[in-house]
Design a protein around this ligand. Sequence first.
Ligand SMILES: *Cc1c(COP(=O)(O)O)cnc(C)c1O
Length: 453
Amino acid sequence: MVTKKILLPESENPKQWYNIVADMPNKPLPPLDPKTRKPMSVDDLSVIFARELAEQELSTERYIDIPEEVQDIFRIWRNTPLVRAHGLERMLQTPAKIYFKNESVSPSGSHKTNSAVPQAYYNKMQGIKRLTTETGAGQWGSAISMAGKHFGIDVDVYMVKVSCEQKPYRRMMMKTWGANVYPSPTNMTDAGRAILAKDPDCTGSLGIAISEAVEMALKNQHDTRYCLGSSLNHVLLHQTIIGEECLKQLEMTGDYPDVVIGCFGGGSNFAGITFPFLRENFTKGRKTRFVAVEPESCPKLTRGEFQYDYADTIGLTPLLPMYTLGHNFHPASIHAGGLRYHGAGSIVSQLLKDGYIEAADMPQVECIKSGILFSQAEGIIPAPESTHAIAYAIREALKCKEEGTSKTILFNLSGHGMVDMFAYEQYFAGNLRNYEVSDEEIAKNIAELDKLL
Ligand SMILES: *Cc1c(COP(=O)(O)O)cnc(C)c1O
């Protein structure tokens, strides 16, 4: 019998997160205060985030313990299966071995719960009563709603109004887990009121939703903090549980990956699966390649510039060092909503700049086609975001077939697509198309940045 799913006994679940900063030859540059443009301290960051998370954001400790209470909740779905994609291998007739880590088995259907649970926990421990956050496609919003409920902390989600209307089921998931969901722009904040005064029919944007969530946290300092589901160093740290499990699971197979692939929005699921393997490259001389796959319509890693930029479109957040297309860049409305973000996390950006990881961009139609192939071969319907990793893995597997080599390919299945069937519907209706970005458009938005580097 061939083993399909490799699972660890729960007693083997990782008890520490891995902080790659400890092993990086060049450390990530610090976040800067948007007003003074001076490096921010833990105290500065604690105004907006829970203190423990602010400490993790700037930490250089190699390993950080996962609190027992967080490990307890993780056991609802962790460890997640490492799956040998025999079906896909057969369908492609490739000599390559393909594995994927199935993060779609979490309660909210994606890897985002891996950071939502510790974020809710640290806020609760500090006595915080309410979390504010924004969500676009709704993946992060639903993860933090589930996590908040576990620790008895209220969650206010500012959801981009147009997504709220287009994704009613994600909104229902958040409500089911007890969160308050506000279609943004609202008339509850100065930021929202200002926008509505100018444009009463405004359908919202992630930038506006961030501004509203941050404003509410800052106005209610005594019991409220803001939280974010991607990009930041502490979020990447939490996701390393994926790769730590995967290293142990692969050990049970005797295989080791030649290439590890993750789709890329802000960098959290990519970092999660790759950083523990990158540690093996840094410390044990392994030669694994790491590929971050972004949509061709939002190509910050392959065509952006390494600069300080804001995380939001309005310029309220700290200035972070990142590969960016400029915070005014407006990506086409592709179905992989979680990959429509102008910038990349600081750590991943530094690693790319220093040549330790690679980046590739993929057109949307090839991605959805690959997602359909994967569904038919392996049974799981992937999130539109995850199809980017699948599409690149398929390209690698076909290259192996051409060259007659048998590589071991590992990718992260960041989530399932059961609440994103609209993307598939559009494909079958023949309405899905690719969006290329012109050099002029990229140059124009990058030219608007204050060059601090
Ligand atoms: C949010 C999301 C992403 C992109 O975010 P990263 O921080 O880059 O991982 C990818 N896949 C799924 C399923 C998501 O929900």
